[in-house]
Design a binder for this molecule. Structure first.
Ligand code: URP
Ligand code: ZN
Length: 460
């Protein structure tokens, strides 16, 4: 006897495509087969629908504090938006704290902030804001908190350059942790800012120019050299946005540097710098900034060729009022844009439907790889023993994105006006119907914090 039997669907498990049925017991996938004839407490007919694994978003900022600005959604509304778009698990990049904050204390604070809020399962990345000896020693305690990845920023208030990151990489290598890095060269950024300030060029249209593309390539190059020196320490480069950044990564891989993982985001695939000239310029103030149409094409090509491992969102939602702080000076605009609710549909519509990538590839970068890389082996695929997190897509439905995207409350989407040739029919999380007809049914706080264990996943 199964708890749930979903019948008659086109299924892509993440590994193979078939037409048939999915059986669920105890919140886990029990069987996937062309035909399952067995009794179930509940049976659902999914004729005409495509069932894929629920999305895994490896890069969210639902609880970010940026200067005086707290993100507009928080874990409850942010996870509801993710769920509405078919994402069933996320990993949050947590906030910095006051000077001197140790990584373990920052994880404790973020875990407290998230507790009892999320509608879907989640995990946390740690963050390192100083490369001093106390921080390096403290990193060793993260696995006891169930955290096996952490982030460093090469820009912003706690910028760590490649020299500062060298000992962090060595420590992560020794402990089996995955270091995620926001790679932009802070020195050049500082100079560009001063140049624009001196010239009075502070309209939002200048945001893109304030973060030149060389910053990314240079920071990645220095970072990868430091990782090489640390015995090919595993490195996950977040939100790669330029063809130049990709070229540096390609070179390092050609020199057989191991353990390099690459993330990009839908905004760098689908939106370009022309947005800074339009009405939504403030919404597009994010770091790195939107790039050229040629960069978008280079990223699509790299995605199709398997050079990009993960598509995550960097979801960071600020309200229109918060964004308007930058209307006369983009430096005062909190950086970031929402996208957790839109990622799966965007990648399906603009990737798979538009024949830029296969469905298999989409599932690798949106589900399988982020789950595998970050040690969430129960997520990201439809296979016996995995959590029954299922996204039922309706290929006949159309989705019109408004200021709130698929669902949410930020009101500052960069995707507004887009019509997508697909829709989310429903979503199951651990075998429970969690979303139907666009409305979340999962209770606030029903998402579990997923502890992760150190694994040897990074030795290719
Ligand atoms: O502009 C962005 N991306 N804000 C979020 C913080 C970060 O850099 O990831
Ligand atoms: Zn970042």
């Amino acid at each position: 006897m199964y708890d749930l039997l979903i019948k008659n669907a086109d299924i892509h498990t993440g590994e193979q495509a078939l037409h048939g049925d999915i059986a669920v017991r105890g919140g886990k996938i029990a069987a996937v087969a062309p035909r399952i004839d067995a009794a179930a407490l509940e049976t659902a007919d999914a004729g005409g629908l495509l069932i894929i694994p629920g999305g895994v978003d490896a890069h969210t900022h639902f609880g970010l504090l940026s200067g005086e600005n707290r993100t507009a959604d928080g874990y409850a509304a942010g996870s509801a938006a993710a769920l509405a778009g078919g994402t069933t698990c996320f990993i949050e990049h947590i906030s910095f704290g006051p000077p001197g904050s140790l990584p373990s204390a920052l994880v404790t604070a973020a875990a407290r902030q998230a507790a009892g809020e999320s509608l879907i399962d989640y995990s946390l990345h740690g963050v390192v804001q100083s490369a001093d000896v106390d921080s390096l020693l403290d990193v060793a305690s993260l696995p006891r908190q169930g955290v096996t990845s952490l982030k460093a920023y090469m820009t912003y208030d706690y910028a760590l350059n490649a020299s500062a990151l060298a000992p962090v990489l060595k420590t992560c290598r020794e402990l089996g942790l995955l270091l995620c890095v926001h790679a932009e060269d802070d020195h050049i950024l500082g100079l560009e800012r001063q140049r624009l300030l001196a010239a009075g060029n502070l309209q939002p249209a200048w945001h893109g120019k304030s973060r030149p593309r060389i910053c990314e390539a240079l920071a990645i190059s220095n970072l990868l050299r430091a990782a090489r020196q640390a015995d090919d320490a595993p490195i996950y480069i977040v939100h790669v946005s330029t063809a130049d950044g990709l070229a540096v990564i390609r070179d390092a891989r050609q020199r057989e540097q191991q353990n390099i993982y690459v993330e990009t985001c839908p905004q760098y695939l689908l939106r370009d710098e022309s947005m800074y000239q339009g009405e939504l310029a403030l919404n597009a103030v994010m770091s790195p900034p939107l790039r050229s149409a040629a960069d978008c094409e280079a990223l699509w090509k790299a995605l199709a060729a398997g050079e990009i491992d993960v598509v995550a969102t960097d979801h960071c939602a600020f309200s229109p009022a918060q964004k308007r702080q930058g209307q006369h000076n983009f430096l005062l605009c909190p950086n970031g844009a929402p996208g957790a609710g839109e990622r799966m549909l965007l990648m399906f519509a603009a990737g798979v439907r538009a024949r830029r990538i296969s469905l298999q590839r989409m599932l690798e970068v949106c589900c399988l790889n982020p789950a595998r890389l970050f040690g969430l082996t129960q997520k990201g695929r439809i296979a016996p023993g995995a959590d029954a997190d299922l996204l039922l897509l309706d290929p006949e439905q159309e989705t019109l994105l408004g200021a709130n995207g698929v669902y949410g409350k930020a009101g500052s989407s960069i995707y507004q006006g887009l019509r997508l040739p697909a829709g989310v029919h429903s979503v199951y999380t651990r075998g429970q119907l969690a979303l139907r007809q666009g409305m979340p049914l999962a209770a606030r706080g029903s998402g579990r914090f997923l502890r992760r264990a150190v694994s040897a996943a990074y030795d290719e």
